[in-house]
Ligand binder design. Structure first.
Ligand code: AMP
Ligand code: MG
Length: 393
């Protein structure tokens, strides 16, 4: 049995170097950048007005002043106008600031009087002027390699005249559910049977986490069938995520089948709860990585989050392999066992409380959870303590 961190390190070490592909900015949200983007264009690109109003010399624009309107400066063209003392220039939002102007008085604070404008509220030096480079200066790093891209980042990149960015290429993922007791939706349940919940649950998880293409396959409990589907799955490359059949029962065929199908047995069993029987391997010929998750739905989900999702993120080019938040414990959490325990729970106003049954088959507790909190073996965390929690997707 190996430690969780050791297991994750081995998994991440097996992930291939991320390949890059150009992605249009409109499609980049949720992807990971594999390039560093440095600003070439200042933002704003020139001093301009933040309001529709009048560009003035602040010292002239006192309450009651009448200023002569010497011209109009629209947005989109620089007329090269100058504000002389005692004058104002009619100006619009985003229009280049005339030389000599050091404030803009907004239209609502003025009164038009023919070729004159009366100031109702005094100008403040610099007010409503957006200075060149105040937001972004050329040379500034806008995106680092490994950064998660958002729609807002797409916006700032677009401001640079860029149309696309190089992103990591997500792997294909095959989800494989083993178990003779599993029934597909629409079929009637006979005594002892249950619906296959891991297959769609894990497929949804990997799709949501950014997998390129997710295939779902079910498999009966036999060495021959398991070997065949594992071999077939390796052909697609990427990640193969198997649920069930990784434990010590006579009907658990994943370990012998993975060897027979050409996967190396990387490691088996991790000191973590839930999820001890987790197994990891790599297909020698195709490079596909195999993640053997326990069949119990919560164990499957938690081990997917702890080992397979970090691998997916790394494969996609992510710098950070986890998404975490800081939470405060509403009540004490106790782990009397000899393995670190990941407890499922919700967060309300920053406070964590457990959700539902904390057992490895208890799907409803998992479904009601937002985060996982790790409690070390033989440890009590008191109410009010702050911990980092993993965000459930
Ligand atoms: P196993 O790891 O194959 O021994 O399965 C452990 C437990 O998880 C058993 O109670 C199985 O019935 C259950 N299980 C396995 N696979 C699934 C699945 N795809 N959906 C729901 N339950 C499952
Ligand atoms: Mg089974």
């Amino acid at each position: 049995m190996i430690e969780e961190e050791d297991a994750r390190e081995r998994v991440l070490g097996a992930v291939p170097e991320t390949a890059g592909e150009k992605v249009a900015l409109e499609n980049c949200a949720g992807r990971f950048s594999c390039e560093r983007v440095v600003a070439r264009v200042a933002l704003p690109g020139f001093d301009n007005s933040g309001m529709d109003g009048y560009a003035v010399r602040a010292e002239d624009a006192v309450v009651g002043a009448r200023l002569r309107i010497a011209g109009v400066q629209p947005a989109g063209v620089d007329l090269g106008l100058v504000v002389e003392p005692g004058h104002a220039i009619r100006i619009y939002t985003g229009a280049p600031l005339p030389t000599g102007a050091d404030a803009v008085v907004m239209q609502e604070d003025t009164e038009l009087d023919g070729e004159w404008v009366r100031i109702l509220d005094a100008a403040v030096l610099g007010e409503f002027i957006r200075r060149k480079g105040a937001d972004v200066c050329p040379g500034e790093v806008l995106v680092g390699s490994g950064d998660r891209l958002t729609a807002a980042i797409a916006g700032v990149l677009a401001s640079q005249g860029i149309a696309e960015i190089s992103c990591g290429v997500p792997p294909r993922v095959t989800i494989l559910a083993t178990g003779d007791e599993l029934v597909k939706p629409g079929d009637a349940l006979r005594a002892g049977q249950l619906y296959n919940s891991n297959l769609p649950m894990l497929a949804a998880l990997f799709r949501r986490a950014g997998a390129r293409e997710v295939r779902m396959v079910s498999c009966e409990d036999s060495l021959a069938a398991t070997t065949e589907v594992l071999r077939e799955a390796s052909r697609a490359g990427g990640m193969v995520v198997v649920s069930g059949g990784v434990s010590v029962g006579d009907r658990d065929f994943v370990k012998p089948a993975m060897v027979a199908a050409g996967y190396s047995a990387g490691f088996w069993r991790v000191r973590v709860k839930p999820g001890k029987p987790f197994v990891f391997g790599k297909h020698e010929a195709s490079g596909a990585l195999l993640f053997g998750l326990p069949g119990n739905p919560v164990s499957a989900y938690v081990t997917a989050m702890l080992f397979a999702l970090p691998a997916l993120r790394r494969w996609c080019g992510a710098g950070e392999t986890f998404s975490t938040v800081s939470v405060m414990l509403e009540a004490a959490l106790t782990n009397g066992g000899d393995r670190p325990h990941y407890l499922r729970g919700t967060v309300r106003d920053g406070k964590f409380s457990q959700s539902g049954l904390q057992q490895s088959h208890a799907l409803a507790g998992l479904a009601g959870s937002e985060v996982l909190v790790r409690v070390e073996a033989e440890t009590r965390l008191s109410a009010g303590s702050w911990v980092r929690a993993l965000v459930v997707m």
